[in-house]
Design a protein around this ligand. Sequence first.
Ligand SMILES: [Zn+2]
Length: 180
Amino acid sequence: MSQAYVLFDRDGTLIKHVHYLIDPSKVELLANSALGLKMLKNFGFRFGIITNQSVINRGLATEDQVNAVNNRVIELFQFEGIDFDFILYCPHTPDEVCDCRKPAVALGQQAINEYDIDPTISFMLGDQPSDVIFGLQLGFRSIKIGDEMHNEPQADFHAKDLLEAAHWITSNTQKGQVFK
Ligand SMILES: [Zn+2]
């Protein structure tokens, strides 16, 4: 049976944005992110992360460094009792015009196929307009997180943080639709 997922951007959505983050010790969860995820977990949602990491093909980070940071993100949420089923990343720069850098949808389609995600009962959360566009193109309801500097008019909702987003998601979802 298809699954209800919440997909997340990584930097600026789950963890504090650090310019060219390559040091796992610099990973910090954003305030209220674990709290919001617990609420969504209790509702029955599963979780994944899809992130643009052009630092790799810009030559500013190796894949090993990006994987080390990703593993630290997974670990910090595990300490809070929260599991992510996957982290998928695009290593390309915008100039490469690949099909996997958000808002391009290749990684989202891969996740839908591999994890049997039902977009109609799933959500995408991110701090960039490209995250919102990405989610909408895949048929997810999409939420823009964070400050109002870069609001995306097409977003289904704007939330100041992940906890506010979790409240909106759970009040706009029928619990019976979210299958475990
Ligand atoms: Zn790519």
